[in-house]
Design a protein around this ligand. Structure first.
Ligand code: SF4
Length: 468
């Protein structure tokens, strides 16, 4: 029986299917990490190592992967009252945990006049639910060993701040996750894949996408939810082709799903079968191409913007300019220079939250023109509302792939920007990526926001056009 680990708890919260596969498949079945994924993972390990280095924590000595020996050595350290234990091994009959740190706190337990609590070191800037549940899981294993439940657990975040929380607040959620993991360990088919934003960064992506495509799973349809999929399948609407021609007459025939939702999902299934976006009818009050597109590449680990780029006018052949920010103090200059070179008052189109969030962080510290923020216009929201796409669209690469039928990552993955920034040809790779993204965005404006609406798929003409 494979033990349930803290990693399984973490994975389950992100995706039950991920935990199920991890519980049943050998590591060799995972896709190998990309160069930039490995780079990000190494930065996390380096951060933990450098944080722990100055603490004087003691690690239990044991042969590699001999967890029984590790658990015995950890117990000895805890019995001896070692103030801080690094990567102790906690084991019960069917669970295994390797918390980053165990800290001695006052209060009697089976270990003596003291007991321990769990700290986990994370590279995120704020605590997340799956990280907290991991600490609760380790705390349960610790409780079994010291015969006393610690009252608190803590996460150490990337700025070194310690976020303490009361374990009892998360007990019920932890118990539900652990019960679900035990069920999945006995029967992995209890968790089916469902296409979601995290799939593109998951090492089981090829396996799941292959299964979803073969089954023509409803989660490949834009706007689908777990609940709607379950209801539609129970009604006998199991594939995308079924959904594309699903015309229930009454609320009961549509499983009480909202009629507008069913119409939207049906249209999304039709877009999937067509393999192209269906442009919606909507009021057109402005010409997006008269504005400029502003884009950035960042390093989320370091909370840094590496480079900004602009395209003006917002057409594929518009003038591209870019600037590299040498360091955090140089980011404002880089942005300010680029925007100052654009005509005054033109709208500044941007994709996603990165630019407004960065600007908000800067504006209090700078003599920023408050009118500038009013020029920001969110392209992603417009693009999402203007068409129905053949697959769910989460990030820019999805809009490019399913809006333009083009490989959005042909100039590289934005997650690799921090890796490029370290290399000899880093500036050139950043420039290429910015320019490619900006020209793709301009094409999306032309193809989606400024295109005439697609014929209604449910009309007689549409049925013939789409072959439904
Ligand atoms: S690819 Fe997606 S559905 Fe499959 S395990 Fe990963 S996150 Fe879950």
């Amino acid at each position: 029986m494979r033990p349930i680990t803290g990693t399984h708890v973490y994975s389950y919260v992100k995706c039950p299917r991920l935990a199920a596969l991890d519980l049943h498949l050998p590591r060799s079945e995972r896709r190998p990490p990309t160069e930039w994924e490995e780079f990000a993972a190494q930065r996390g390990r380096d951060f933990e190592a450098s944080y722990v280095a100055g603490l004087g924590a003691v690690a239990p000595r044991h042969p590699e992967r001999d967890f029984a020996a590790g658990a015995a050595a950890t117990r000895d350290l805890l019995l001896a009252g070692t103030p801080l234990v690094h990567q102790g091994v906690l084991q019960t009959e069917d669970c295994l945990g390797l918390p980053d740190l165990l800290r001695r706190v006052p209060g009697a337990s089976a270990l003596g006049d003291h007991h321990y609590e769990v700290l986990d070191v994370k590279t995120s800037g704020r605590p997340r639910g799956e990280q907290i549940l991991q600490v609760v899981f380790y705390s349960h294993l610790l409780t079994a060993l010291q015969q006393r439940a610690p009252s608190h657990g803590a996460l150490v975040l990337k700025d070194g701040r310690e976020e303490r929380f009361v374990l009892a607040d998360y007990e019920a959620a932890h118990d539900r996750v652990l019960a679900a993991l035990r069920a999945l360990r006995a029967e992995p088919t209890g968790a089916r894949p469902f296409l979601q934003a995290g799939c593109s960064g998951c090492y089981h992506d090829q396996r799941c996408l292959g299964e979803l495509t073969a089954a023509q799973d409803l989660s490949l349809v834009q706007g689908m939810s777990h609940g709607a999929r379950a209801i539609l399948e129970a009604l006998g609407c199991r594939t995308i082709a079924d959904l594309a021609s699903f015309h229930p007459q009454h609320a009961r025939e549509r499983g009480q799903l909202d009629a507008a939702l069913v119409r939207r999902l049906r249209r999304a299934a039709q877009a999937h079968l067509l393999g192209a976006p269906l442009v919606e009818t909507r009021p057109r009050t402005e010409r997006c191409r008269d504005g400029a597109i502003v884009h950035l590449l960042g390093d989320p680990f370091a909370d840094r913007v590496l480079a900004f780029g602009t395209l003006y006018p917002a057409v594929e052949g518009g003038r591209f300019t870019w600037t590299r920010a040498a360091d955090a103090d140089d980011e404002w200059r880089a942005f300010d220079e680029l925007v100052a070179a654009l005509p005054e008052r033109v709208p500044l189109w941007h994709f996603g939250e990165a630019l407004p969030r960065w600007y908000e962080g800067q504006v209090f510290a700078r003599e920023a023109d408050p009118a500038l923020e009013l020029r920001f216009q969110a392209l992603d929201k417009r693009l999402r509302g203007a068409a129905t796409y053949p697959r769910p669209v989460f990030g820019l690469s999805d809009f490019v792939q399913f809006g333009l039928q083009r490989d959005a990552l042909r100039a590289g993955h934005p997650g690799a920007a921090a890796l490029w920034a370290r290399g000899g040809d880093g500036d050139e790779r950043l420039r290429q990526k910015l320019e490619t993204d900006l020209r793709d965005l301009a094409e999306l404006i032309a193809a989606i926001l400024e295109a005439p609406p697609t014929v209604q798929a449910d009309s007689a003409e549409g049925v013939a056009t789409l072959g439904l």
